[in-house]
Design a protein around this ligand. Sequence first.
Ligand SMILES: Nc1nc2c(ncn2[C@@H]2O[C@H](COP(=O)(O)OP(=O)(O)O)[C@@H](O)[C@H]2O)c(=O)[nH]1
Ligand SMILES: [Mg+2]
Ligand SMILES: [Zn+2]
Length: 354
Amino acid sequence: MNKIDLGWHSFFEKAFQPYQNEDGWVAGRVSLEHKHMYRVQTESGEMLAEISGKMRHNALRREDYPAVGDWVVLSLREGEQRAVIHAVLPRRSKFSRKVAGQVTEEQIVATNVDTVFLVSALNQDFNVRRIERYLVLAWESGANPVIVLSKADLCENPDELAEEVAAVAIGVPIHIISSAEHRGLDALARYITQGQTVALLGSSGVGKSTLVNHIYGRDILNIGDIRADDDKGKHTTTHRELILLPDGGILIDTPGMRELQLWSASEGLSTSFQDIEEVAEQCFFQDCKHENEPKCAVKAALDTGTLAAERFQSYVKLQKELAYLARKEDKGLQAAEKAKWKKIHQSLKSQPHR
Ligand SMILES: Nc1nc2c(ncn2[C@@H]2O[C@H](COP(=O)(O)OP(=O)(O)O)[C@@H](O)[C@H]2O)c(=O)[nH]1
Ligand SMILES: [Mg+2]
Ligand SMILES: [Zn+2]
């Protein structure tokens, strides 16, 4: 396996330069994350790797640790399929969400992704607002979003629903597919060429793993079996996994996310809701909240119906969520900074006096 097939790029080549004179140090790509262990793909094969003590010591935040899709700097242990990770190379893109639950912490879903397939099933779970939410994070990630509407075989009017999506996903390609009927899959192939990384994101049960198997041409992932009363399937994918396709191209299958909570994404919000932000530029007051201000262009657009009320509500809601997150994150950063200094003071104290 050569590095190009693994997604190597001149960007990483440059970032790796400071390490290339170290004896036996190579670059590898993280394909699976275990607890404290990583499965890494290299030119000399697949191996298990641990991060070095120094790296662990210096790591402060989630983003300082490797994630699936990362290129890392490794030293190989002679004669063993084991390695030590010394650094994470800078990321070209990073898809993050907030960890589930109350904790304000980043969860990195996948990195160095060229294209994200945002997969939604065309069944009773179909929800335009959820797609909007995914789009915000996808735009923020730096990867190109593509919307994949799956299970078309279960839907009477896929084109109508695709149009609804098009109205909230301006300029984003939309593909209608059915793995069951092998419909629309060829159109996806053009995104998955040699060295290109595509991550599949979407709620549990929408058919991501099934799609990976169809693209691969063989059942390499477990599929959630259909429960008697619906077609959602069991939650079988529990980890993120990078898969190398036989004809080149790299897929990252991610676990289903029941709730997708935003992680800092102000640019992603602006890109996703460009239509609204453009209208808002016409408001009389620059800091218009579009509530009761006079000469509010957004209100006018809502009144005439050129802007859909649901879309505006969704925008306001996501904006509030981001603002709330930013306040909490700020506090979290302060705490991390404090902890770091405490660590430094302690290590100074424990050094013998000279
Ligand atoms: N009817 C129909 N069912 C599908 C299709 N693709 C996947 N499924 C079923 O949906 C369930 C969940 O699929 P899975 O790939 O595990 O979803 P994931 O959680 O997104 O990875 C399984 O029972 C699949 O057989 C499709 O195109 N049509
Ligand atoms: Mg799955
Ligand atoms: Zn306004």
